[in-house]
Design a protein around this ligand. Structure first.
Ligand SMILES: *Cc1c(COP(=O)(O)O)cnc(C)c1O
Length: 366
């Protein structure tokens, strides 16, 4: 028998969350962002739930090939553009749209031989200082692209650093929006500036032409804990679940796991779950990280080890060996444990937990 751990991908939840992105931005088209193997859900499985998207955005050319292999004929956008000149051949062949964020990518395009001109999105560095042309160089880059026979339509793109919160105590997007408006004023082209956080919190100011919905389609909340999944009406697209494969009775003074990091203060009963950091569960999740046992809330105890972790069964007398443990997502009897809560307890974000589910965990659609 295989280890009882598995990840479920909820196709209906993906479709629901995608519809939520549409409802937030009714006048825009929606890129479903499926980079990082669809945030750990698997491109092929995620595609089942996201077919209604207007396009798919990702980074990896191999992932773009996988989408075309699923017979997706619509738009695919490479969010970081190409990494070397010969990537452009694949763009021509698979009709990939690609971001252009640096001079090198324009040089490569200028030398590229193609029958079909490419559709590109010119990326502005509006203040995040990751990728993109600085405002002072943006119009010159646009003019260079515009003059190339290899380029057909030019879209305009930027990315926010603080759409999920305030920035230094002020509106999170105002300074970047101002830089973007100035740099792109009067330039023709479709625009895409909103990620999930901007789509949820600032749709009125950012949801033009195309929004790029990533974490929200997977049911993760970009501005947790200010808002939670119920507030935004998002459903978990992933459940990570396993079972209790051992039970221990503790006396006061007994310790649990490596480093004896947990000491029982009174008699307790604990369950040992077949899930550890080699499955992608965060090793830094401290004692007290929430879990569901048979759909009831409990907490982890002691250090997470490679293949196992411990949970408190003291107040769950009906649970024991063989009980179902929900690490995040949908539990039995309609119980739910948002990934954002687990992430917060472990000092990280839902994004990281989804992406980190290990290859040894079998994933199936549910
Ligand atoms: C990952 C990414 C997104 C999606 O961000 P979410 O916060 O997951 O919605 C959008 N745009 C770019 C450029 C990205 O890299």
């Amino acid at each position: 028998m295989p280890r009882p751990i598995e990840a479920l991908v909820h196709t209906d939840a993906l479709a629901h969350n995608l519809a939520r992105a549409r409802a937030q931005a009714p006048n825009a088209r929606v890129w479903a962002v499926v980079k990082a193997n669809a945030y750990g859900h698997g491109i092929e499985r995620a595609f089942e739930g996201l077919r209604a998207a207007d396009g798919f955005a990702l980074l990896d050319l191999a992932e773009a090939e996988r989408l075309r292999a699923l017979d997706w004929r619509g738009p695919i956008l490479l969010l970081e553009g190409v990494f070397e000149p010969r990537d452009l051949e694949l763009c021509s062949r698979l009709k990939l749209w690609h971001a252009v964020h640096c001079e090198q990518q324009i040089d490569w395009l200028a030398m590229h031989k193609t029958h079909e001109p490419h559709r590109v999105f010119l990326k502005l560095n509006s203040g995040m200082n990751r990728l993109g042309f600085p405002p002072a160089a943006f119009r010159a880059a646009y003019a260079r692209l515009d003059a190339l026979p290899q380029v057909d339509e030019i879209g305009l793109m930027t990315h926010f650093s603080d759409a999920d919160s305030l920035r230094q105590g002020h509106d999170g997007i105002a300074h970047q929006l101002a830089a973007y408006d100035t740099a792109t004023d009067g330039l023709a082209g479709e625009r895409t500036i909103a990620n999930s956080a901007a789509t949820l919190r600032h749709a009125g100011r950012t949801a033009h032409d195309w929004v790029r919905a990533g974490i929200m389609v997977y049911g993760g909340v970009p501005d947790f804990p200010e808002h939670d999944a119920a507030h935004w009406d998002l459903r978990p697209a992933m459940t990570l679940r396993s079972k209790i494969i051992g039970v221990q009775q503790l006396q006061a003074g007994d310790t649990v796991g490596y480093g004896s990091a947990f000491t029982a203060e009174q008699p307790m009963r604990i369950g040992i779950v077949a899930c550890g950091y080699a499955d992608g569960y965060p090793r830094h999740a401290p004692t007290g990280t929430p879990v569901l046992v048979d759909g009831r809330r409990s907490r982890t105890i002691g250090r997470v080890s490679m293949d196992m972790l411990a949970v408190d069964l003291t107040d769950l007398p009906a649970s024991g060996w063989g009980s179902e443990v929900t690490l995040w997502g949908e539990g039995p009897h309609g119980a739910r444990l948002p990934i954002d809560e687990v992430a917060q307890a472990a000092g990280t974000i839902g994004y990281e937990l989804m992406c980190a589910v290990a290859p040894r965990v079998p994933i199936r659609s549910a």
